[in-house]
Design a protein around this ligand. Sequence first.
Ligand SMILES: Cc1ncc(COP(=O)(O)O)c(C=O)c1O
Length: 389
Amino acid sequence: MLNEITLLHPARRTDSLGFSDIVKIRNRVFAMKQSGMSILQLEGGEPFAPTPDFVKEAMKRALDENQTRYAASSGIAPLLEAIRAKLAERNGLNITTEQVIVTAGGMHALFCAFQATVNEGDEVLLFSPYWTPIRDLVAYAGGKPTLVPWEEVRNGSLTEALESRLTGRTRIIYVNSPANPTGDVLTRSQLEEIARFATTNNLVVISDEAYEDVVYDDPHISIASLPEMFSRTISVFTLSKSYSMTGWRIGYIAADDRWMEVLRKLVLNSVNGVSTPTQYATVAAISDRSTHLAKMRDEYRLRRDLLCKGVSDAGFGCVPPRGAFYLFADVRSRLGSDSWKAMNELLEKTGIATVPGVVFGPHGEGHLRMSYSNPIETIEAAIAAFKKL
Ligand SMILES: Cc1ncc(COP(=O)(O)O)c(C=O)c1O
């Protein structure tokens, strides 16, 4: 018989869930700041700019119009229509509003995508270093992450890298381009290679396009837009990075009918729909055709080039990333290969907060992730502070 102690224990299912190391670093930075230290915060993952005024105005209007009641749990009709039009125009996805569902941010979308597709013991291919929560989302769904080093992708052996990790249990491949933390962007021909591999081996693709609007050289390509890929791809988008809406918690999924019923159930039973006024305000963001995104891209490019030069001048390895807003600097020559030690040394000697690369998986060891989504003055101060090393 179960005794009281056993009953008062959290469900075993939750044992596989981790808690973000980045949050632990953030808490340490807050504590240091509270004790009066000045910290240059390159550890974050947020756009430096506030939410654009036209989105805030739309939120105020939604509240004035009392758009505060329960909404349809899969999303309000005007938002679904705005998303459909955006996906057709910018992502090459010609789909119906029935193939779109609104979620509480990209994280919730990914949670639902993995819950919808992973069976106990399924193997999920992840390019590594990877965005940390993915490992937990895979594990919580009962899956097993299989790491595919980005290094092998960069060396030109993408298909071989995937094939050598394929087993009878491989079911899903998680594609994140532009990638956090490395800033890698997969080219059309690389996405075609992945598509061929997925089709040949009957895999599901979960495509995380959180940074679709932060690409510097080529246009963003959604893998679901490649021939025959829509049916096997669950595409995840968020407003967080494109429109500086991290705190609003809104994103969406585009997927074939075969996935929609289960996705609807997951959204209904987790959040029962996203905040109604937020959805009305998001119509303004999704319908935006101004130069906002292009201007933001230029701002990020400026910051990337500035920090990358500073980091190289300080003797670290830095290749300018082709997307997202992080440098994944190789710090081995100056700070050694233990990235937690390197992060601590940099923080203590210079007041620069970063994230140890190993937090993003074993292939990240010897690196530090530095966000250049910061005011120019912060980046300049960080460059000057490297000299204290
Ligand atoms: C790669 C990647 N995917 C998804 C997300 C989810 O973002 P959100 O939950 O704010 O929409 C993030 C946020 O940092 C990210 O870096």
